[in-house]
Design a protein around this ligand. Structure first.
Ligand code: DOR
Ligand code: ZN
Length: 343
């Protein structure tokens, strides 16, 4: 039996680091296992301008542990008032790697997101022209659309029209949760990719709702039926370059998760690599782990893969059940299975 597994150092193509005390508490876990991460801009207030991104990047760099090998890849939060020239200047300066589209009201801190897609056409046009990718939170927010259908409806009503209007625009469908989304990604020849989270490879909607409600498994997009989880595992473990890791590790204090209207998000940064190694081994695809964690993402973003390597050891990880932060404890995602690989 293989006892070690050496892969190029992974990157996380979708991550929430927050700010202040929470940033300082969670960043060391990501910096330990990942060389780079796409940093989500949904702070309060959001990271909207190039200047906001520069200031946030500097706060992240200041919060890094001594000697860490980690580079934050910044994003801007697309609003109906985003200035195409500010986006282009931030891109030209090398300050940002992508722009994030949140439909207004779709998730945590998305109130400043987009309601009228017509209003953001000039920004999308500019992004297509300069080759700056758009990352999408792919859910419609209409209350008349069932929450389990919101991703599939987003593809038809929002994403496909955007892609037809801007054929050169490079798009990452973030945290896909359905077979429909995986199929849609495969239907495109170029310019379209998807991130898949660790938790959506492990849980289906029963884990949230059956046998008592489990707030720590609630995230957005919400986990779907088992057939969708299986489709995501097939996509992730296939080696197909259009699918890569974006953990969507999203820390919330237990106090904010465990209440009548609890926050969405799973905190997976501390044990993501252990869980992924387990999942890929279960599916006889350990040889594809590096594609998913370390090769496909950089290839899509036009960046070199990391030169450094990570060696996983076949030994049970000692991940804590929760981490302490000055704001209170944050529960680490429990994959409900024994893990056999440590990073
Ligand atoms: O579960 C989620 N949590 N989904 C998101 O889209 C946002 C994230 C967060 O910021 O907490
Ligand atoms: Zn997210």
């Amino acid at each position: 039996m293989t006892q070690t597994l050496t892969i190029r150092r992974p990157d996380d193509w979708h991550l929430h680091l927050r700010d202040g005390d929470m940033l300082r508490a969670v960043l060391p876990y990501t910096a330990r296992d990942f060389a780079r991460a796409i940093i989500m801009p949904n702070l309060v207030p959001p990271v909207v301008t190039g200047n906001d991104a520069r200031a946030y990047r500097d706060r992240i760099m200041a919060a890094l542990p001594q000697g860490a090998d980690f580079t934050p890849l910044m994003t801007l939060y697309l609003t109906e008032n985003t200035d195409p020239e500010d986006v282009a200047a931030a891109h030209a300066e090398g300050l940002i790697t992508a722009v994030k589209l949140y439909p207004a009201g779709a998730t945590t801190n998305s109130a400043s997101g987009v309601s009228s897609f017509d209003k953001v056409q000039p920004v999308l046009e500019k992004m297509a022209e300069i080759g700056l990718p758009l990352c999408t939170h792919g859910e419609v927010t209409d209350n008349d659309v069932d929450i389990f259908d919101r991703e599939a409806v987003f593809i038809d009503r929002v994403l496909d029209p955007i892609r037809r209007a801007h054929p050169q625009l490079r798009v990452v469908m973030e945290h896909i949760t359905t077979a429909n989304a995986a199929d849609y990604v495969r239907s495109a020849e170029t310019g379209l990719a998807a991130t898949i989270t660790t938790h959506h490879l492990v849980i289906n909607r029963n884990h949230i709702l059956s046998g008592g409600i489990k707030p720590h498994y609630y995230c957005l997009p919400v986990a779907k039926r088992e057939n969708h989880r299986i489709a995501l595992r097939a996509a992730a473990t296939s080696g197909d370059p259009r699918f890569f890791l974006g953990t969507d590790s999203a820390p919330h204090t237990d106090a904010n998760k465990l209440q009548p209207c609890g926050c969405a998000g799973c905190f997976t940064a501390p044990n993501t690599l252990s869980i992924l190694a387990e999942v890929f081994e279960q599916d006889n695809a350990l040889d594809k782990l590096e594609n998913f964690t370390s090769l496909n993402g950089p290839a899509f973003y036009g960046l070199p893969p990391n030169e450094a390597t990570t060696t996983l050891q076949r030994t049970a990880p000692d991940t804590p059940a929760f981490i302490e932060t000055p704001e209170g404890p944050v529960t680490v995602f429990d994959p409900m299975m024994d893990l056999h690989w440590s990073s």
